[in-house]
Design a protein around this ligand. Structure first.
Ligand code: ADP
Ligand code: MG
Length: 316
């Protein structure tokens, strides 16, 4: 099989929402009047972002899920994506499963694969995703104001606990590991929530580097600081038996959960509580934005904790 047969066999799907999809020198799409294009890219490298033995079907879902999560964080409707793929060799079983998982996730969210690039090299998967959002309505990181509440869209730390287990830093009972592993391998992008936060949230982002680091990014762009109450940060019940230091690290510094973190004026509390019911998500208020800079984590007495772990930094 050559490169072109490979593309035709695994990645040339019907492109329902594009004027021109895979097969030409570029794809053609139309953005609806009054909308802006939201564009984001994410690259996953074997050995760094995923383990070599990960199930390719799962991987196909995950690479798109992390990109969808960026659309969620912008409040955009995901519409199109491109796929740049470096493959060490043509492994038809791998390609079959990977493309199946990718396509399933794409169909679930109504996004279309409209092009890409395929080359030989160390396994690297890069997706660029594009979505539409009403002009001026996107959720930015920069809109937070001192006094706003800080929220997360669900429990944190499960994915990080699975990584800790795989790295041998802790041993989780098999049933608990299985529950954590699902969060790591199959994150659920909060796309519908992102849409509904438009007009409610003042700022938002998705948590991919850990709550502490990502809240820090929101603060930096918003020109303020934040206080997070550790006892308010939700984590799954199954993590209760982790040693306290690992639990704290998992919920504050663990990436890969892909929940949203957002700020909103206190006046929106009722609206957000209503969203909690309509979406079934455990939206939780974890702290507030404050004047100044930096993120402080407070213990149950309101005293700042001294923390050793920052978020994940690919070059650290
Ligand atoms: P060019 O040489 O003009 O860049 P390519 O030969 O790289 O074109 O690709 C041919 C077509 O296949 C293009 O439409 C391109 O977008 C698409 N394509 C290449 N690789 C992929 C991929 N991994 N997934 C989806 N489409 C792809
Ligand atoms: Mg090309």
């Amino acid at each position: 099989m050559n490169e072109f047969q490979l593309i035709a066999r695994y990645f040339d799907w019907p492109a329902s929402n594009a004027e021109l999809g895979v097969g030409d020198d570029a794809a053609l799409v139309s953005v609806a009047p009054g909308k802006q294009l939201a564009i984001s890219a994410d690259m996953l490298v074997e050995g760094r972002h995923f383990f070599a033995d990960v199930d390719p079907d799962c991987l196909g879902r995950k690479v798109l899920a992390v990109n969808l999560s960026d659309m969620a964080a912008m409040g955009a409707v995901p519409r199109w994506f491109t796929l740049a793929l470096a493959l060490p060799q043509i492994d038809t079983r791998w390609l079959e499963a990977f493309s199946r998982g990718l396509r399933a996730m794409a169909e679930e969210h109504g996004v279309t694969l409209i092009g890409g690039d395929t080359t030989c090299g160390p396994l690297t998967i890069s997706i660029q995703i594009m979505g539409e959002v009403e002009a001026g309505a996107a959720l930015l990181r920069s809109g937070g104001l001192p006094g706003d509440d800080l929220w997360v869209s669900g429990p944190l730390g499960a994915a990080a606990a699975a990584v800790m287990h795989r790295q041998g830093r802790t041993i989780l009972p098999p049933n608990i590991f299985a529950q954590c592993e699902v969060r790591l391998d199959l994150p659920v992008p909060r796309v519908a929530l992102g849409r509904q936060l438009c007009g409610l949230a003042s700022a938002a982002l998705d948590i991919s580097d850990g709550l502490l680091a990502d809240a820090g990014h929101l603060c930096e762009r918003s020109g303020c600081g934040a206080e997070i109450e550790l006892s308010c940060v939700p984590y799954p019940y199954v993590l209760s038996d982790l040693p306290p230091d690992l639990l704290q690290e998992a919920i504050l510094a663990g990436g890969d959960d892909y929940e949203l973190c957002f700020s909103a004026p206190a006046a929106q509390r009722d609206a957000i509580e209503a969203l909690k019911i309509s979406t079934g998500l455990s939206l939780t208020r974890v702290g507030r934005l404050v004047a100044g800079q930096g993120v402080r984590v407070l213990d149950s007495c309101g005293e700042p904790l001294v923390l050793s772990h920052a978020g994940f930094d690919h070059f650290a």
